[in-house]
Design a protein around this ligand. Sequence first.
Ligand code: NAD
Length: 467
Amino acid sequence: MSNTRFFEQVNLNFDRAAKHLKFTEGLLDQIKECNTVCHFTFPLKKDNGKIETIHAWRAEHSHHKLPTKGGIRYSMMVNEDEVKALAALMTYKCAVVDVPFGGAKGGIRIDRTKYTTAELERITRRFTFELVSKNFIGPDIDVPAPDYGTGEQEMAWIMDTYKSIEPSLNAEGCVTGKPVGLGGIRGRTEATGRGVFFGICEACENKEDMKELGLTVGLDGKTVIVQGFGNVGYHSAKYMMEAGAKIIAICEHDGAIHNEKGIDIEALYKHRNEHGTITTFKDVKLIKDSGSAMELECDILIPAALEAQITADNAPRIKAKIIGEGANGPTTQEAHDIMKDRGALIIPDNYLNAGGVTVSYFEWLKNLSHVRFGRMDRRFEENAARRMLDAMQVMTSRNLSDPEIAKIVAGAGEKDIVDSGLEDTMITAYNEINEIRKQYGVDLRTAAFISAVKKVGVIYEKMGIFP
Ligand code: NAD
């Protein structure tokens, strides 16, 4: 699939789901279209004094809920079609996990490795200025977040720029994925990978589905290949490993590494941060053709890099029984059908990588409420649990040690609450789409689209259309 057809790919999946729904064709067309897209060009003064023109986009796919929400990516592949496709996926993703936002996405067409930190800061701040001037950012308008090639630092620059132009009580809520000290929330950085883990874990708990795939229930001992060792890939791999799965291969842009006995993800993460590559990691086999490593024998494949990585070309050679889509749009519809027809379970992007936006929602709520989760009730909860425990100790004449007591009575802090909210969201949504899958006799991707389009369609129907 060439990148220019990404939005069309999303709509092919939409059309499959739409066939099962009773909305009129006109309404379905309205939901499908991208409401607004803006192409920005602005000058960057490089450190050497030269001027370069930067191209950037922001797409707002649907305003059925406000604000709209979606990441900002820095990549040479960014174009109008890509941001529209990704914005549409955001609309459906938010609906699947009941996060009350419309979908949006933005991107700047740059290779970030070619710029100094000072240049990246100037690009990010100028883009934010452009977004403000065109009314494409604000806590109640459109709220960006990190995506491919961006992280906490860019979000901090965006927030600071926005706040200096539009100072207001809720200005911090103009962007999510910020550092904790600047209004961010504990657990956001790892949220997408953590959500990928919760989703795959829930799928692997389904006895019937595992039997059909010829797999045992649970994650323990399952072999996993991850493509992309960035934010989503690293965190997905880390939590899968901690739960007993064996990460046998990691694929990166400059090569893949393989070890049947399993790769120590924390050691690899440290190595990559020190050396800038995974390819020099010790005790692994290096595979130069990174893409071919996705075709190795394994139980679970997690594509967590970019779109269109599994196509009709390589899908027949992919052996994984479960495909957990960490990235957005990693599988074309043709590839999906090839893998589905040979019996694979594909857990789709518009559900599986929703952990990021779910925790972004919590961060936005925290910014608007101006209070940290757990601040009001943590101590109260602990005291209530302690009183209950004291009474039980008296009744049973049994005394627990201080560490035992501390473990039992511990009240929930922000990280615990975020994690519990994320786990609940991912499990509830999985069971919802799995139920739809059975009810309509479709695959999980179509089920996720049915769930999303139903929710968005009902809102459009009730709102009516402006004359
Ligand atoms: P990232 O920039 O942190 O990491 C991406 C990684 O993929 C990098 O290490 C890069 O070197 C690697 N990569 C690039 N091309 C590759 C190739 N051809 N083969 C193997 N590896 C390759 O980005 P991220 O935030 O982890 O995002 C990854 C995907 O997940 C994107 O599709 C993004 O839209 C999606 N996603 C991200 C979030 C989030 O919260 N960051 C949320 C939802 C979805």
